[in-house]
Design a protein around this ligand. Sequence first.
Ligand code: 4NP
Length: 163
Amino acid sequence: MTKTRILFVCLGNIIRSPLGEKLFEHVANEGGVGEKYEVDSAGTSAHHIGERPDERMRRTAQRRGFVYDGRARQVKAQDLDDFDLIIAMDLENLNNLRRLARTEEQAAKLHLMRSFDPDADGDMAVPDPWYGGPQGFDVAYDIIDRSVRGLLLALESGQLKVQ
Ligand code: 4NP
């Protein structure tokens, strides 16, 4: 079986995208379809390469019973060939990815995370909690949790088709 390969992308690959990757994997496993997907995450910036996910987001996740880990890497042009879907956390990440895209096929793989959030209210960003207070991590967690569930539903229902 060919797996659907999904790459989650944010700026640093230490807060939003690693959580997106691991939560998607978790909800897919919970739904009994984990083996159909291969997931990874990356950052558009090189600032945090090799770092583990931000301690504040891991603590937020742990309070909800979700433990995860990983190491940051930077997105590369080859990712646009290697993955079927590339999910950007905000418009800035999406625009950076668009600049990397060389073909229509690559550009068609790019999506905004919140386009799968059933509660998105017009603000299509998963807000970056880096500079705000602790509540920003809870807000981002909730959005990411809803969005990965929405993404899985879109894929499993056939509403979102992968080329
Ligand atoms: P992320 O969050 O893009 O969700 O990993 C950030 C991580 C680092 C920085 C900003 C956002 N930073 O400014 O270093």
